[in-house]
Structure formats: C-alpha cells, structure tokens
Ligand binder design. Structure first.
Ligand code: THU
Length: 130
C-alpha cells in the first residue's frame, strides 16, 4: 500500500504528544508530492480550547515551510478504534491539502484509508467566497 514510512512517522510523532488533560495521544504525518514528510502531535493548553490537533500541526508546519502540494496524511491514535480527524481538521485538510488519502492508524497498526471528500462531503471552500 506504499504508506509504510508515513505510518511509522505518524506513530513515532504520537510519542511527542502533550495531552496533559485528555491523556489522548495522537500523531500525524503529512506526505508532500515530492515525498517529504512533516509530522505533528496534539498539544494541549490549560486553557483547553487552545489545544491544537496533531493533524493541523503537521499541516501548518508544512505550509509554513513553503509546501503546497500533498499526497497523503497519516493519523495515528492510541486506541483500538480509528482516530478520525475532528471537524475543524477536516475543513483545514479540505482547504489546504485537497483530495488526498487519509490513512487512519489504530494502536494495533491496522489501517483504514479514506479520501478527504469522504470525511467532509459537500465542503465549504474558497470557491464559495468568489
Ligand atoms: N485530537 C487530535 O489531535 N486529532 C484528532 O483527530 C482527534 C483529537 C486531540 C485533540 C485533543 O488534544 C485530544 O485529541 C482529545 O480530543
């Protein structure tokens, strides 16, 4: 399936998470079109709503380094169920990554691949602003 390295980077990034309040560890790894990988983990704040998800950290890191074209995003959770991106992350993935493969990884290293439009059908986008 070709995403072995990306998956291992997401799992590795999970160990850097700072889930001080939820104790829910998440790691993410974003693959660019030219095969670079940017990772992220969730980081929580004592002002809870300032918490940032692993996915958005990986995406914002990549964008801030000048990356614009992406192929896939792996999201590794620490539970037997698949950790699926939250609504806010779905919007950001749709806006900044487009139609990519989203590889969900559970704590047994099992995977489920979905597309952006499956996670966020009928999305709001920049086109609506014109
Ligand atoms: N979280 C993520 O980082 N990504 C997800 O896809 C789901 C939720 C984080 C946010 C918060 O730190 C913790 O998981 C519990 O919601």
């Amino acid at each position: 399936m070709g995403y072995k390295l990306l998956i291992s980077k997401a799992v590795e990034a999970k160990s850097n998470a700072l889930p001080t309040y939820s104790n829910f560890f998440v790691g993410a790894a974003l693959l660019t079109m030219d095969s670079k990988i940017y990772t992220g983990c969730n980081i929580e704040s004592s002002s809870y709503s300032l918490t940032m998800c692993a996915e958005r950290i990986a995406i914002f890191k990549a964008i801030s380094e000048g990356e614009r074209k992406f192929k896939a995003l792996a999201v590794a959770g620490d539970t037997e169920g698949f950790t699926s991106p939250c609504g806010a992350c779905r919007q950001v993935i749709s806006d900044l990554c487009g139609e990519i493969d989203i590889v969900l990884v559970n704590n047994k290293n099992e995977t489920k691949v979905m597309k952006t439009s499956e996670l966020l059908p009928f999305a709001f986008s920049d086109k609506d602003l014109r």
